[in-house]
Design a protein around this ligand. Structure first.
Ligand SMILES: [Zn+2]
Ligand SMILES: [Zn+2]
Length: 344
């Protein structure tokens, strides 16, 4: 079968590999769609040894069951599924609570991370990772598993503060951010301020229902403060889906005293935290800083439910498998709007 693999650090190429077979408790899935994630670029850019090579990338997967391995119950040929990508150890304190995204043994274990992923015609996954998606378009189902789940989990962590009348600033209206706007609208009554450098991304945020849009730039902090109030007031919650230095600097300057700052994006910025009462503070007093990672299987169930109810829809740009390397280059250049989805 064809597979797009990281054959060495930084090298992504279309290769031919044997079709894998499902072992006990596993399922062979015919891949219907797989999302191209910024994290894949971080995996490609990571130092040698951080991730195994060669490895088939792709951790945002939906497909159709081809064959079920020995001992698998509840799944048979033709069933359509979304894949929960994390594979925790299953035994630690966090995994026992269903928080595999907080596993204390295998912190980056997962499909397309520590074993072969979905950028291929077929992928083998543990049956326990599958969720039924019914007749949902698989190009819609795939992005739910990360671009939908990750912001859903972040919103879930912030939910106690997302009360009616509060304000949430969403920075970065890309694959995750455009889902975050919809999740906030579907599950809270907050006022949403969307921030991005791209006018097209802000147009998308506006169409989806964001209450205010602000173009990122030198005056973005002042523009956001005009909407959320100047310090010590500010946004109750800030979700940064970029994590670059300019976005983190914006985030900490617009979050309210006692607010919550969630750093989701992995773009390599640094957030200074200095607990002294000087002016201006690095982070306002009583502010929580949270670094969410992906989400839980239970949360993915809820994300799929939102999508099946028509409340969550991914804006997708599709590419054939052979063009996956080009799709990642477009993602790196910032030329993807919404989510890039590869269709093998
Ligand atoms: Zn991802
Ligand atoms: Zn664990």
């Amino acid at each position: 079968m064809r597979a797009v693999r990281m054959t060495a650090p930084g090298v992504l190429e279309l290769t031919e590999v044997p079709t894998p077979e499902a072992g006990p408790g596993e399922v062979l899935l015919r891949v219907g769609a797989v999302g191209a994630c910024h994290s894949d670029l971080h995996i490609l850019d990571a130092a040698a040894g951080m991730f195994p090579t060669p490895i088939t990338l792709g951790h945002e997967i939906a497909g159709t069951v081809e064959t079920a391995g020995p001992g698998v119950e509840g799944w048979s040929s033709g069933d359509r599924a979304a894949v929960y990508g994390i594979i925790g150890c299953g035994r630690c304190r966090a995994c026992l609570r269903g928080e595999e995204n907080r596993c204390r043994v295998t912190p980056v274990g997962g499909i397309g991370l520590s074993r072969d992923g979905g950028l291929a015609e077929y992928v083998v996954v543990p049956a326990s990772r599958l969720l039924h998606v019914g007749d949902m378009d698989l190009t819609q189902a795939a992005p739910l598993t990360d671009a939908g789940l990750t912001p859903y989990h972040a919103v879930e962590l912030a939910r106690p503060r997302l009360r009616p009348g509060t304000t949430c600033v969403v920075i970065g209206i890309g694959g995750l951010g455009h889902m975050a706007v919809q999740i906030l609208l579907a599950t809270t009554a907050v006022r949403i301020v969307a921030v991005d450098t791209s006018v097209a991304a802000l147009d998308l945020a506006g169409r989806l229902g964001a209450h205010h849009v602000v173009q990122a730039g030198p005056d973005a902090v002042e523009k956001i403060r005009d909407l959320v109030g100047p310090p010590p007031d500010g946004a109750d919650v800030v979700l940064d889906f970029v994590g670059a230095q300019p976005t983190l600097d914006t985030a900490r300057q617009v979050v309210a005293t006692g607010g919550q700052l969630l750093l989701v994006g992995l773009a390599g910025g640094t957030l200074p935290v200095r607990p002294v009462a000087d002016e201006p503070p690095t982070v306002p007093l009583e502010t929580d800083v949270v670094v969410p990672f992906w989400g839980t299987r239970a949360e993915l169930h809820e994300v799929v439910a939102l999508a099946r109810d028509g409340r969550l829809h991914a804006d997708v740009q599709t590419f054939p498998l052979a063009e996956a390397p080009e799709a990642y280059e477009a993602l790196r250049r910032g030329d993807i709007h919404g989510r890039a989805v590869i269709v093998p």
